[in-house]
Design a protein around this ligand. Sequence first.
Ligand SMILES: *[C@@H]1O[C@H](CO)[C@@H](O)[C@H](O)[C@H]1NC(C)=O
Ligand SMILES: *[C@@H]1O[C@H](CO)[C@@H](O)[C@H](O)[C@H]1NC(C)=O
Length: 222
Amino acid sequence: MFSLSSPPFQLLCCLIVLFILPLPSRSADPDPLQDFCVADLNSSVSVNGFPCKPAEQVVSDDFFFDGLRKEGNTSNIFGATVTSANVFTFAGLNTLGLSTNRVDFAPGGINPPHSHPRASETGVVIVGKLLVGFVTGDNVFHSKVLSPGEMFVIPRGLVHFQLNVGEGKALAFTSFNSHFPGVVISSTSLFGSTPSIPNAVLTKAFQVGDDVINGIRSKFGS
Ligand SMILES: *[C@@H]1O[C@H](CO)[C@@H](O)[C@H](O)[C@H]1NC(C)=O
Ligand SMILES: *[C@@H]1O[C@H](CO)[C@@H](O)[C@H](O)[C@H]1NC(C)=O
């Protein structure tokens, strides 16, 4: 037997504490192990992220991106469009745990309820007035109308939206702690998947008849 203050007991406590402490969960994507790793999007090697372009082929342009300059085309059913600067469009972001979207809204346009499986999000309104809202895991709805210069944050994975409630167009920029946050749009993932989710699932889940489900499906091409 050893006492509570004996070295073996203290060592045992240390080991137990180390193993039960939660692993750090503040960052979404893993930290980079080198200064940069400009993505080689053509590589056939499959890793968590993309392989790095050989350093001698890296050029300054790999670290700059002008794809967010242009206003997006909002002629779609939602009246809003997202233009993404993520690792697929801006290879310099590879492994850095960062990306940015530009979101353009026609009057009345909505970035419909959706979630990002791999990132928390911050956003800043540049033009117009947006109603921004999200629902927590406890089903609490948080929302606010934001004007230019005002910001929001959406915790990782929670369903959220932005609705243009101003008179004219609106514009926001959003940032993510992932080089590819991913997106799951609630309406299109439930009613526009390929192949379709069976009606038996959706009628029961939403407590409505086939007619309602088929009506919604028809809007999302499924
Ligand atoms: C991928 O291949 C295309 C065509 O061969 C080339 O133009 C492009 O620069 C390559 N991209 C990268 C990131 O190496
Ligand atoms: C915007 O998208 C719509 C629908 O796809 C298309 O008909 C229209 O030509 C586009 N407008 C511009 C300016 O590209």
